[in-house]
Design a protein around this ligand. Structure first.
Ligand code: GDP
Length: 331
């Protein structure tokens, strides 16, 4: 059986990737940090066959230890402080976990393989936030970066250090430049989930309004369950390369609101949305739209879930969850 080690297993992508790898017959190991981490229970419930190992992206010896136990053929580095908004308030921690964490795991691979890095295939979760103030549209693998947040800057370091270890040590290291990807498992702090959860609560009479920041920005949003297939496919190629993964469509926050509110029969959502300066960012990424031609041609990867279907899926899941919670607040 092939063996995989996943950092960030408790996050949205970690859960989808863990399920995919288990279905493909892998022995899956997940790195979890902290003491009594409550997210561990979600992993145990959804993918019970995953073996959890203690480790932290800020602690090199723990990463070496996890690799020694798991003896993986593939490592997926999905662990990060991943919320752009928080990255200004905890910029140093973001640089340490999201940026330096990539260097540490690459060093852990180098040490654990005694320099023969190509023995372990490595996937780095890079981000469209690296494009930031975009230099061209749509964005491809060769579009220059201009990050607009501590998160984007940290991810840019992670991307370049991955490329550098590939070029320096012959590592089988791939960087997947994934555009925003969402699902019912997305954290509430991200705008799609904040909206779909808010809409569900408005429908159930649990809240009147949703407080948001900039409604004008545009994102290329896909379904996370589709995107983890591209991660796996990158590591099955003959050569390690970098790939943009995106839908090629872009939508504004206002369009997101249109679709989410339409699902509960509301056409004019203006009285349910208030703009709150607390959610406006010091520097904004106004527009992202990816060109995934390379992933389509080389990996045979295409997104399956449309933007409308994605948002409707999320509203429906939140309606069910909020209904259950309001009936039984103890969960
Ligand atoms: P990001 O692309 O990784 O920053 O994903 P987010 O879901 O956090 O934000 C996407 C876009 O939504 C950004 O342009 C935000 O400025 C915008 N946005 C507007 N209001 C909100 C809000 O209340 N929360 C979040 N998270 N984003 C918001």
């Amino acid at each position: 059986m092939p063996r995989a080690l996943v950092t960030g297993i408790t996050g949205q992508d970690g859960l989808y990737l863990g399920e995919l790898l288990v279905a493909k017959g892998y022995d899956v190991y997940g790195v979890v940090r902290g003491q009594n981490n409550p997210k561990v229970r979600t992993v145990e419930r959804l993918i019970p066959s995953v073996e959890l190992l203690e480790g932290d992206l800020t602690d090199l010896p723990s990463l070496i230890g996890a690799i020694e136990i798991a003896q993986p053929d593939e490592i997926y580095n999905l662990g990060a402080l991943s919320f752009v908004g928080l990255s200004w308030r905890q910029a140093e921690l973001t640089a340490d976990v999201t940026g330096m964490g990539v260097l540490r795991i690459l060093e852990a691979i180098r040490i654990a393989t005694q320099g023969d890095m190509s023995r372990i295939r490595f996937y780095q979760a890079s981000s469209s936030e690296m494009f930031g103030k975009v230099r061209e549209s749509p964005q491809t693998e060769s579009t220059p970066f201009h990050p607009r947040s501590p998160y984007g800057a940290a991810k840019t370091f992670g991307h370049y250090i991955t490329v550098n270890y590939r070029e320096s040590y012959d590592a089988f290291a791939c960087s997947g430049i994934l555009f925003n990807h969402e699902s019912p498992r997305r954290g509430h702090e991200f705008v799609t989930r904040k909206v779909t959860r808010g809409v569900a609560r408005v429908a159930l009479g649990l809240q009147e309004t949703i407080a948001l920041g900039n409604l004008e920005s545009k994102r290329d949003w896909g379904f996370a369950g589709d995107y983890v297939h591209a991660m796996w496919q990158m590591l099955q190629q003959d050569e390690p390369e970098d790939y943009v993964v995106a839908t090629g469509e872009t939508h504004s926050i206002s369009e997101l609101l249109d679709i989410a509110f339409a699902r509960i029969g509301v056409t004019d959502w203006t009285k349910h949305v208030e703009v709150d300066q607390r959610f406006v960012r010091p520097a904004e990424v106004d527009y992202l739209c990816g060109d995934a031609t390379k992933a389509r041609e080389k990996l045979d990867w295409t997104p399956k879930v449309s933007f409308t279907d994605l948002i409707e899926m999320m509203v429906d899941a939140d309606l069910e969850r909020e209904r259950k919670l309001s009936e039984n607040p103890e969960g």
